[in-house]
Design a protein around this ligand. Structure first.
Ligand SMILES: [Zn+2]
Length: 181
């Protein structure tokens, strides 16, 4: 039992950082393929054009429960959002703990924020403002899934780059709103 306790503790520490956010679907929420068919095991296989074989979405019934954001079908690849606050180097204990995930700098948020701050990797810092600028349009069931649950997807496809990238590298077309927020 104590071994399980230890691993739970480590797991929790990891999950506290927003850059490590595995998809943990709620089993009570019904998920289908984009065309409404049952979810297939091989839908994540990548086709020649870089897209997945298929994409999952919330079911019609789930989406009918109401949207918490406008339904938007197009987004633009703009790159990562720049840090809002000054970055500092990692402390020795942070370095020891996070070197394996590549964190190099820490952005401390002002007191009163919902979260205390954000760890940055060099890779993420390199992507600040470095999107390809291309607009991607998605199918309506996917757009409605974002509108029902903005954090449903962790990554999305860019037709300019021909690959999947983290949602926070994109803005909804014509807005300053980050996809996934
Ligand atoms: Zn792109």
């Amino acid at each position: 039992m104590s071994e399980n306790g230890d691993s739970d503790h480590t797991d929790k520490e990891w999950l506290e950082h927003d850059c490590i956010k595995p998809m943990r679907p709620d089993p009570k929420v019904q998920v289908v393929m984009c065309d409404g068919s049952p979810v297939t095991d091989d839908h994540k296989e990548i086709k020649d054009n870089g897209q997945q074989k298929g994409y999952v979405a919330l079911s019609d019934e789930e989406r009918a429960k109401g949207f918490v954001r406008p339904v938007r079908e197009a987004y633009v690849h703009v790159g990562k959002e720049a840090p809002k606050y000054p970055l500092r180097d990692l402390t020795e204990s942070e370095k020891a703990r996070y070197s394996c995930v590549g964190f190099v700098r820490y952005e401390k948020y002002p007191s009163g924020s919902d979260t205390i701050g954000k760890f940055w990797t060099q890779d993420d810092l390199n992507k600040v403002g470095k999107g390809c600028g291309v607009r991607t349009v998605m199918a309506l069931p996917l757009a409605e899934t974002y509108a029902r649950d903005p954090s449903f997807y962790s990554g999305t496809f860019c037709v300019g780059c021909g690959t999947h990238l983290p949602v926070d590298e994109f803005l909804w077309e014509g807005t300053e709103e980050r996809v996934g927020s």
